[in-house]
Design a protein around this ligand. Structure first.
Ligand code: ADP
Length: 510
């Protein structure tokens, strides 16, 4: 059972699969090359035999005549003219006559001038004499054609030896000004060539599995070597846990794909470390934020329990406790909403609406607190500014910006909200003439629970949670926008939200 599982694990491994791929590729390549060579070899050997037969044919034409009227009688016969004393000539003629046939145009072998026997060698009889109708057709075709015709045949002897035959038409010596056509065929054995090809095939069949085995072993070894650094990386990655996220996998400085993987992995760990750090910071902040009102409630209740005597004293303690409980639930609600937003559970309900109306309504609502604070609140809006947004979230965003502006602007100051339609975006700006934010604190104001240290940030009922701008940033991002802030200490702050402008054709009205 465990062996089966082991095999399954190995066979799914990268090393095994790489080896199999190598082996398959190797086999395909080797077979392809071997087959190509075999075909080329077969063609070359066949050409060689054809050349040999071409020479034999030329020799036959040089030494043989077809006599229409022989000196041995009034009969047609084939006669071979050569010097029997010349060993070269004798060898050539004997070689050519080994497998030969001479017939008239009807396919009947004509007699030999010396033996008076039909001009067909025993070896030719062995490979089988051509059918008379085939010969007749060949002669006819050859005579009809303007070019000399050559006929190639492949036969086997009774012993199975392969023979290549070349046939063609030869004309007799002239008789009364006429030359008659005759069919001549000569052959040669090519068993040596066949053996060469067979040997080649066997060598090949024998070599391929061996080469394949060797190649696979080599491939397995090489794949193992190539994957060693991967294993090292995996081990290093295993050593990294939540408690030692500062660890990094050392780069091999090879500049290869694996180094790229290590770099990517290290960056991922870096991001993870940042998230872990943020989470840790966040939980510390949350517990701190919750502890303050809880301690206060506890203190108020204890004081009431041990020192309060009159109903009014009890009432006051309970009123203070309730205020703190309100703050507590405000924090919890805001946190819940923020975590829902950031984890993607809060889905935007986008609709096309006129942002001018939204801003106008909110500015009107804020007039009362603005007047109470002695701050002038105005809006500078175009005739219309249609955008596809989530009304609730956009209102939340503007509310947060407005309440901050009013909170941090002293009496006699000004808060101005403006909307501008640019070519590819909508700009919503909330500008105040308030106390401003020191440059060094600007990068942190969007962090959760962050409040700029200094005057007016001492804990108190009017003090914010430090969550408002986190919402502003998330809402802008969720609308594929961004937030820009410009602030001068003592002079004022301007928050600008850039929202992508959706062209009219994008929405419902086309
Ligand atoms: P809070 O609930 O405390 O307002 P925010 O996240 O909205 O929290 O803002 C974070 C901090 O940024 C504030 O505590 C304040 O110090 C600073 N801030 C925000 N808006 C303004 C502004 N318009 N003028 C000056 N300071 C501001």
């Amino acid at each position: 059972m465990s062996r089966k599982r082991d095999f399954r694990r190995i066979s799914r491994g990268l090393r095994f699969r790489l080896t199999i791929s190598y082996a398959l590729l190797f086999t395909l390549l080797l077979t392809g090359v071997a087959l190509t060579f075999r075909v080329r070899l077969a063609i070359a050997l066949d050409n060689q035999i054809q050349e040999e037969l071409k020479d034999d044919w030329a020799a036959m034409k040089g030494y043989m005549r077809i006599e229409p009227v022989s000196e041995f009688g009034n009969r047609i016969c084939s006669a071979w003219y050569y010097d029997e004393q010349d060993p070269d000539e004798t060898t050539i003629v004997l070689d050519t006559r080994k497998i030969y046939l001479v017939t008239d145009q009807n396919g009947n072998p004509i007699p030999d001038s010396v033996t008076h026997e039909p001009a067909i060698s025993t070896a030719y009889q062995d490979i089988g004499i051509d059918k008379p109708e085939d010969i007749r057709k060949r002669v006819r075709d050859a005579m009809a054609s303007s070019k000399p015709k050559i006929y190639w045949d492949e036969r086997r002897t009774s012993k199975g030896e392969p023979v290549k035959v070349r046939g063609g038409v030869v004309y007799s010596e002239p008789h009364q000004g006429q030359r008659a056509p005759y069919y001549v065929a000569i052959g040669t054995s090519y068993s040596d060539n066949e053996r060469t090809l067979r040997d080649y095939t066997w060598i090949f069949v024998g070599v391929i599995p061996g080469a394949l085995l060797l190649g696979s072993l080599l491939g397995y070894f090489m794949a193992g070597r190539a994957l060693t650094p991967v294993r090292a990386v995996a081990q290093a990655a295993q050593a990294i846990s939540g408690t030692n996220l500062s660890m990094r996998i050392p780069s091999r400085d090879a500049g290869d794909e694996l180094d790229y993987l290590i770099l990517t992995f290290n960056r991922m760990i870096e991001r993870l470390q940042e998230s872990f750090e943020q989470m840790r910071q966040f939980s510390a902040d949350v517990s701190h934020e919750l502890r303050t009102p809880i301690t206060a409630i506890r203190g108020q209740l204890e004081v009431a329990l041990f020192t309060a005597e009159t109903t009014d004293q009890y009432r006051e303690a309970m009123f203070n406790a309730l205020t703190d409980i309100d703050r507590l639930s405000q924090i919890v609600r805001a946190l819940l909403l923020l975590s829902q937003a950031e984890s993607g559970q809060l889905v935007l309900q986008k609709a096309r609406l006129n942002l001018c109306e939204v801003v106008d309504d909110l500015v009107e609502q804020f007039q009362i607190p603005a007047e109470a604070a002695g701050v002038s609140l105005t809006a500078e809006l175009p005739a219309e500014c249609v955008a596809e947004v989530d009304r609730v979230q956009i209102e939340r965003m503007i509310t947060n910006l407005l309440s901050n502006a009013l909170k941090f602007t002293p009496e006699g100051g000004e808060v101005k909200v403006s909307l501008r339609m640019e070519e590819d975006e909508i700009q919503l700006a909330v500008k105040d003439t308030g106390r401003g934010i020191p440059t060094e604190y600007l990068p942190h104001i969007f962090d959760r629970f962050y409040r700029v240290p200094g005057k007016g940030t001492a804990p108190g009922p009017e003090q914010g949670l430090g969550l408002g701008l986190s919402f502003v940033l998330w809402i802008a991002k969720a609308h594929e926008g961004r937030v820009e802030v410009a602030s001068t200490l003592g002079k004022g702050t301007c928050f600008t939200i850039h929202l992508p402008h959706h062209p009219a054709g994008d929405g419902a009205e086309v």
